[in-house]
Design a protein around this ligand. Sequence first.
Ligand SMILES: Nc1ncnc2c1ncn2[C@@H]1O[C@H](COP(=O)(O)OP(=O)(O)OP(=O)(O)O)[C@@H](O)[C@H]1O
Ligand SMILES: [Mg+2]
Length: 292
Amino acid sequence: MTEPLLTAKGIVRRFGGITAVDNVDLHVHEGEFLSVIGPNGAGKTTLFNLISGQDRMDAGSVTLDGEDITNLTPHKMAEKRMARTFQHGRVFGNLTVMDNVLIGCHTRLNASRSRVPVVSPAIELLKALIRPKSVRDEEEAMRAEVREIIATFGERLTPRIDQPTYSLSYANRRRVEIARALALHPRVLILDEPTAGMNESETAEMQRIIGDLKAQGRTILLIEHKLNMVMQLSDRVMAMDNGKVISEGTPSQVRNDPKVIEAYLGHSTIGGDQPAEAELMPEPMTAAGGAE
Ligand SMILES: Nc1ncnc2c1ncn2[C@@H]1O[C@H](COP(=O)(O)OP(=O)(O)OP(=O)(O)O)[C@@H](O)[C@H]1O
Ligand SMILES: [Mg+2]
């Protein structure tokens, strides 16, 4: 088997007396879809924050395609094309949909960049003011690409492309965030509860979009509480509780693992407003493991 694209080893993060992530290993192969599940407070978001450079780990290492990317800053992570969305949604409210997504293209700009040592910032400023044809052409190409990415979301975002994102619905702001992550041409796409706060039909629509991204062969890491979605999308699932990995395997192996059931039953809810029992309904005896 080939080497994984992304490997995290021995990840530890402590907050005061709490060990939020306790010696966790994770790997994902190119084109693989790995989901991380676990009850509230299990350490899932903290783990993703560490892998994607939003937070610094106390111990451990992360490699991307063999290159050490441990504790790189978020902008360096973006240069490595590690793209993520956030559990609570983060968009620039005063910027339009177009400009929010264009930000995702930033690391790919070439024409407006200068590689001349020392004076680069001055040259870049000058180019931004004068806007030579090469800069205008590059920007237009990126705008065209952003329009294509936004079209992925059907008619949800296209009619709103020039509106500031503060005027959008919550679900649309989450879509903008995913569009921005896609604009980075991610090598790894990291999604933290992309359907949190969405109703059933919005969730189904998002699941279709994420399914299409998977079908394109993208490498995806997903945190999600909606287990039916996890079961249908994932190649592999990892379950966490109290900062530790408690189970790992195929979706149905993990769902039926007594340690996972016990971890969930210890919580009245497993995220959002889903009662734990509802999410852990016995799985139908199908080979696909689908449980709709
Ligand atoms: N910045 C922080 N400071 C202190 N404690 C934190 C911080 N971030 C997370 N924690 C704690 O670390 C633990 C893991 O939190 P985390 O947000 O990673 O869980 P989670 O699995 O993503 O949960 P949820 O499903 O509710 O999103 C929790 O006990 C949380 O309170
Ligand atoms: Mg979380």
